[in-house]
Design a protein around this ligand. Sequence first.
Ligand code: IVH
Length: 673
Amino acid sequence: MKNLKIEKEYLKKIKLFQEYNKYYYDKSDPKVSDSKFDQLKKEIIDLENKYKYLNSKNSPSKTVGFTPSKNFKKVKHKTQMLSLSNAFGEEDLKNFEKKIRNFLSLSKDFELEYSAEPKIDGISASLTYKNGKFIMGLSRGDGKEGEDITENLKTIKDIPKIITAKNFPVEIDIRGEVFIQNSDFSKIKTKFANPRNAASGSLRQKDPKATSKIPLKFIAYTYGFAKNLSIKTQSSFLKNLKNWGFKTNEYNKTICGINNLIVNHNHLEKKRYEIDFDIDGIVYKINDIELQKRLGYVTNAPRWAIAHKFSANSSISEILNIEIQVGRTGALTPVAKIKPVKIGGVTVSNATLHNEDEITRKDIRVGDTATIERAGDVIPHVISVDLNKRKKNSQKFIFPKKCPSCGSSTVKEFNESTKRNDAVRRCSSEGFECDQISIEKIKHFVSKEALNIEGFGKKIVENFWELNLIKFPHDIFKLNYEKIKKLEGWGNLSVFNLKYAIDNKKKISLDKFIYSLGIRHIGQENAKLLARHLKSASNFFKLSLSKDIDELKNIDGIGSTQIKSILNFFSNQTNQKFLIELKNHLEITDTIQINQSGLLKNKNFMFTGKLEGISRAEAKSIIEQNSGKIISNVTKKLDYLIIGEKPTTKKINLAKELNIKILSQKEWLKMLD
Ligand code: IVH
């Protein structure tokens, strides 16, 4: 319920704040001390946090603390200040380069060189120098006409006022970014929404003295109008800038090839938080000035440059509920249902909380305000919760001690290798006795890496389960298609396609068959090792009955955990029935003896990122057919790291450190001729 007294008090504070604000920004004559100003702002925000109905549009939580002044003289730029088009990923970059190649009719092997410059998130300015003297500085304005902010710019130490270098043009507009460093921003944080606003606000102070109090910086990166400037490349221009006394970005680089642009992008995207100013992407410019000239412009952006943006990868949201999901191996995973929020262009409404220990450690509760991170294609996760925003009535989250699906007790297993209890709590029931585990086992069975049944997605598994059409993985071979045809969203054609997809996958290799069983600790690699050792399905089935698993001890890579797990699996009666069913429905092919003298002999490979037009599984099998080996960690043993779309930066960086060759998918395929 609204409390009128509180609302009145709140609005009074806002009115006072507006008054202070006017004096502070417009008149550059603060009425109160900075700390009093900040205190008032804090009081308003505290009230809003406490009483959610307080929501004035004039609140300092919504307005940026500065009003653009109408008092600056407008001046035309001699050369227009352009903007840049944006690229958000590899595809956009490829298109950008393709257009350039077409435009310039370049041959395929012509290597385009780029100047890659971190894009500082500040305010651009154009500085006019005549005969080596800084005579005028303009803001960007609308690109055609800017505000004359010369006096304010003069207060910035990084801007040289006189340049005596011999090769400095008689007249030139030097362009770059005015910004504030994060460490300086933290000292004046309460007055501005972010560093960019701080830079913008202080640049437009009516009184240059007010500007001089704020530690603004300037980094130069391009030029507008120029008389007597003779340069061949953007990178050499950047060098000149440095010699003339300007600051340039220490992370500027010259790079060839889209893949290398991406490697650099990934590297900087990680590093951006260590840099003392905000960067929101990387600007790529064709390095050759002649080519730049030939390429020219489209409307208000050059054809020869593009901004490769970083993805915003964290956001704040509210935890609406904490649900427990039961996985294929019985692991209980807590998942936060959050108020939907956009992170890096994707709407996120679920975020993993990993396990029970994680919740306890971070004391995560329903109703908390949380920071959610989404990095690449990894499942979004909760980083932290804001204890200041915690509701008074919030209660500690109690992790269920019974499986939410089947009610069995849950256990934390003792881990032999770490000599500790697992962080993960598991349902203690054996496989198919728990509904949720069964559903997950079916999903695994039809998944890409196992039987790879096209169109049999997770939603369909859940739907068919609900309708009692499937209870075990082998039920997919006995589907009642007549019944499915009548279901909503299904018709003759889709049923035909489903049946075709299933029939088509009845022939399966031994390793994929073993993997598809979903035995705990038997992933794709271990399944391959077992298949290589056992050679045929009949040997596998014999072993499942005899349970004489001693022979598995000789397999390099199979340890006691795996052996115990296999024995467990074979000892379960339901699993035995499951195996018999599969024996009847599938045609399991013997393990192919690998060609030991192929092109990739003695070479170890690893993939990161999504490959184009080929599944990981197929790519692995190509490598193995050519006598190469796939390994799962970046170590000295690795010979080649093959990168696809959205690769893992960590892997690339580690590979670079270890001097491991990094190949694009194309380069790798070239190796195979
Ligand atoms: S070049 C024609 N280089 O990005 C080239 N711009 O959206 C235009 N920016 O207004 C500018 N760092 O404020 C260039 N190294 C850099 C840059 C950069 C930041 C900003 C600049 C510009 C905006 C383009």
